[in-house]
Unconditional design. Sequence first.
Length: 274
Amino acid sequence: MTAASDAPVLVGVGSEQDLPLVRLAAQEAAAFGRPLRLMHSFDWGEAFKAPSIAGPHDAAQDLLDRAVELAGKVDESLPVRDEIAEGSTVETLIRRSEAAFLVAVGDSGMSTRQPGCANPAETPAVQVAARAGCPVLVARRDPPPEGPVLVGVDGSTGSRQALRWAFECAVRRAGRLVALRVVDRGHDENPEILAEIVASVADRQPAVPVECHTIRGTPGNVLVEQSRSAQVVVLAARGHQPGRGMIGSAVQSVLYHSPTPVIVVRGITPADSP
């Protein structure tokens, strides 16, 4: 799928807690030269329960006005549009993702959950990451460290796509890239594959400093631990079976337990866009 040149970075703005997300999404939009679209889903059923319908609607518009102002502080030349849409936030974002360059959502507090707590599959961020038609940025409430761009590479078509996106992220952040391959505790039958895969993409972005690491362990656990010092983690939605509605177990682990923003790549890559 190729993104149109005017395909936006689409942001779901549900509450004040999403304002840090707006800042991060605006930075992504400015870096990739994309317009920013801010969307708030309005529940008319709840509005009719209020003393005045105008009150909830005005509050929604006030929230969007603050989000627009915040985006302007990131880059005053950034094209920004806001919209109050009717219906479910998740379903609206998934539907609009077909024409978006990137969808940005908050993590619904996933990264602050206590260890051992069950991971609810219905979490909005996970639903969007699993079903969107474009890459999805899942932001955290706390700002990330000024570390590298971390990308998981397992040799699959999906991970190569994620690697291309990660290189673009590193270029636009003027940062370095860490490519990580995780193997089980058995014999590594192809220890050179990571360097070979990275080299096949690196020639497009020769100025990006790159490190390649192969670590033994469980992919989800290793990626979560390594992500703690990264500014963003880039992962394929599901490397070998990239069907809609599906994300891999390692991606789920990172979404639920990493404190770092995550970009789940499916659909398009920066290389596909004009």
